[in-house]
Design a protein around this ligand. Structure first.
Ligand code: CTP
Ligand code: MG
Length: 230
């Protein structure tokens, strides 16, 4: 069975909402709740652990842990409380557009490839990407057909994730995802085609986009669903 970790302990500085980003409301629910609801609908996920800022409690039904100073610390702390279960799915609360189908596809991709250590959601890059020096001079144009923009969820064989998170602190601090740490050790990471709708909410513009998309998913209205009569 799979255990899922949601990292939600960031401060959301670039969003500038004046509080933890995971708790920001979008289309009637917190960003964290959208991801929790998607993962709760995946039958093979048996447990969910959420890393949160100090003093913030998780909703009922999930295990909460206090996050760390950097993202990989939050992943490590959540993994330490995850109990038994392999593989391990890691998801950023900053991606509230997650669907159960995407989580299932990433879990299935890892199961279907015995030689892979991790499977990660990703989309082909549509922009032309250049490497640029600190002084603003273009050094190189990367071959776009080889470039993928990676997302979460990322699903790991548990031993591979454990080894990756044992990397030195300065490497962990710079890792913007967990798969990077596995690639560097020569592990095999495979991409699973995802949707550009599975966007990461970083800036206020992203939040507006997520609000539009999730309101449409909720039936064209961001108002809470009517309560059914008993
Ligand atoms: N995260 C975490 N613990 C940290 C830092 C980040 O759990 N110490 C989580 C965030 O909550 C988010 C994900 O990692 O779900 C991706 O991080 P990012 O989008 O950078 O979120 P923030 O760090 O909150 O935003 P910012 O960098 O703008 O402050
Ligand atoms: Mg951050």
């Amino acid at each position: 069975m799979t255990v899922a970790l949601i990292v939600a302990a960031g401060s959301g500085e670039r969003l500038g909402a004046g509080g933890p980003k995971a708790l920001v409301g979008v289309a009637g629910r917190s960003m964290l709740q959208w991801s929790l609801d998607a993962l709760a609908a995946v039958a093979e996920i048996e447990r969910i652990v959420v890393a949160l800022p100090a003093g913030v409690a998780a909703p009922p039904g999930v295990i909460d842990v206090e996050g760390g100073a950097v993202r990989s610390d939050s992943v490590r702390r959540a993994l330490a409380q995850a109990g038994a279960g392999d593989p391990v799915l890691v998801h950023d609360a900053a991606r509230p557009m997650l669907t159960p189908e995407l989580a299932e596809a990433v879990i299935a991709a890892l199961r279907g490839d015995r030689g892979a250590d991790a499977a990660i959601a990703a989309i082909p890059v549509t922009d032309t990407v250049k490497r640029v020096d600190a002084d603003g001079t273009v050094r190189e144009t990367l071959e776009r057909s080889e470039l993928w923009a990676v997302q979460t969820p990322q699903v790991f064989r548990r031993d591979a994730l454990g080894r990756a998170l044992a990397a030195p602190a300065h490497e962990l601090a710079r890792a913007t995802d967990d798969a990077l740490l596995i690639e560097r050790e020569g592990g095999r990471v495979i991409v699973v085609p995802a949707s550009d709708e599975n966007l990461k909410v970083t800036t206020p513009l992203d939040l507006k986009l997520a609000e539009l998309l999730l309101s449409a998913r909720a039936g064209g209205s961001s108002a809470p669903a009517p309560v059914k009569p008993a």
